[in-house]
Design a protein around this ligand. Structure first.
Ligand code: ATP
Length: 450
């Protein structure tokens, strides 16, 4: 896997922790979170496939975001927009003209770099013989339909956000929402990054979780501050400790051309602080640009004042794949249980790939019917793993290593008393419960952290 270095951004950054990075990358491969893409063909640089546990992890992170951003609110609605859309969207949004990174070539080793990420020398060979920086557009171009001609050029979306702006009127008209209200979506985005790397931190295909919150123009700053707070507490809620989290306000010279204020939620990665999410006050820049380019006025009619106005948009834009990696890094721990070393992912119970593992004490046929009965009962409520191989201690360790918060063990006494043992991951404490009470007990435990 790649060892490309993400530059640390400030001199005060804490020292890097390559051991943690290596441990998590190895765990991801060993246990089926993340595989190099198309590994049997030698892979393709900085491209990954999410394996069985990774797919579950991504789904749980996505759901945690939906829960906070959509389910628990009455002022945000979801959409699911197309990846390939009318290229005029990208003309209006400014992506065709300005979604670029400064590219430099090393004349010595031919490696290409982002000029803003390196100093005067090539990080690979140390040569100072670099070309002038030139803008490189990050959008992937493709052709729609059977003819490779200009008329059919389209782009893979580099962000999901434009889907919210171009559907502004559709949502307004069909949902009866009015400002302040939000439109949210999760989905894949594509950027032809010059230097992808640091595992899934920066890839060319990734998933985003974004929301546009439309507000009356004079309420922009208030809602910007509100969403900075909400988003920071979301990461805390799902288990990132305060010591690894910070909100960094952009300096005025750092702001994008459309932004009246931006703050990044940053995570302490093994190489230093890195962005998980940007919260931006985009003002009416996007609705205005799309109104001008499409000829359709993207406005709201306020019946109370009898006025039309163009709402301002506050955008919390997060990366799902990058955040999943942050959750893994924050959760990784090694401790000792009964004199034995163990690796444990202290993932939030709702983020962990499996919520429950059902483990018959042995493979003996007499245990199987009850174990499968318990499994089927619990599968209606939770994502479950079922494992009947190896000694029970080994199986507990395997579940600890992937973060499963609860193990339910069926033993020979269970056949007599119809009770099972529930073991908790972090404390390793065990309680014995009647089979009929297990689902309710686990629900109660999950509800306290939901
Ligand atoms: P960066 O400065 O790291 O390139 P950005 O500021 O361009 O990120 P945004 O356009 O604000 O990123 O995208 C919102 C979020 O999408 C980022 O905070 C990040 O979590 C995620 N993201 C952006 N680019 C990538 C990528 N190439 N790989 C993985 N996630 C990404």
């Amino acid at each position: 896997m790649t060892s490309d270095a993400e530059p640390a951004d400030r001199a005060s950054d804490p020292s890097p922790n390559p051991a943690l990075f290596d441990a998590v990358v190895n765990l991801c491969k060993r246990r089926g979170f993340v595989f190099p893409s198309a590994e049997i063909y030698g892979g393709i640089r900085s491209t990954y496939d999410w394996g069985p546990l990774g797919a579950l992890l991504l789904r749980n992170v996505r759901e945690a975001w939906w829960r906070a951003m959509i389910q628990e609110r009455d002022d945000v609605v979801p959409i699911d927009a197309a990846v390939l859309t009318n290229p005029r969207v990208w003309e209006a949004s400014g992506h065709l003209a300005t979604f670029t990174d400064p590219l430099v070539d090393c004349r010595n080793c031919k490696e290409r770099w982002r000029a803003d990420q390196i100093g005067e020398t090539c990080p690979k060979c140390g040569s100072r013989d670099l070309t002038e920086a030139r803008p490189f557009n990050l959008m992937f171009k493709t052709f729609v339909g059977p003819l490779e001609e200009d008329a059919s050029v389209a782009y893979l979306r580099p962000e999901t956000a434009q889907g919210m702006f171009v559907n502004f009127l559709n949502v307004l008209q069909t949902t009866r929402k009015r400002p302040p209200f939000g439109i949210a979506q999760t989905g894949r985005s594509f950027r032809n990054e010059i230097t992808p790397g640091n595992f899934v931190f920066r890839t060319r295909e990734f998933e985003q979780m974004e929301m546009e919150f439309f507000v009356p123009p004079d309420e922009g700053q208030k809602w910007f501050e509100y969403w900075c707070g909400e988003r920071l507490s979301w990461y805390r809620r799902y288990g990132i400790p305060d010591s690894m989290l910070r909100l960094r306000q952009h300096d005025p010279e750092e702001l994008s051309h459309y932004s009246a204020g931006t703050a990044d939620v940053e995570f302490l990665f093994p190489w230093g602080w890195g962005e998980l999410e940007g919260v931006a006050n985009r003002t009416d820049y996007d609705l205005r640009a799309h109104s001008e380019h499409s000829g359709v006025r993207l406005e709201y009619f306020d019946q109370a004042s009898g006025e039309h106005y163009m709402p301002h948009a506050i955008e919390p834009a997060a990366g799902l794949t990058r955040t999943a990696m942050a959750f893994l890094l924050a959760a990784y721990d090694e401790d000792e249980v009964a004199g034995e070393k163990r690796t444990v992912l202290r993932l939030h119970p709702l983020i962990a790939p499996y919520q429950v593992a059902v483990l018959p004490l042995s493979r003996k046929e007499t245990l199987t019917p009850l174990a499968r009965e318990v499994l089927h009962m619990l599968q209606r409520h939770f994502i479950c793993d079922y494992d009947e191989t190896q000694a029970i201690g080994r199986r507990y360790r395997r579940q600890d290593e992937v973060g499963t918060p609860y193990c339910v063990t069926i033993d020979f006494d269970s056949l007599e008393d119809h009770a099972v043992t529930v073991r908790e991951r972090d404390s390793t404490e065990q309680v014995r419960l009647p089979v009929t009470e297990v689902a309710a007990h686990l629900h109660q435990r999950f509800d306290t952290v939901r």
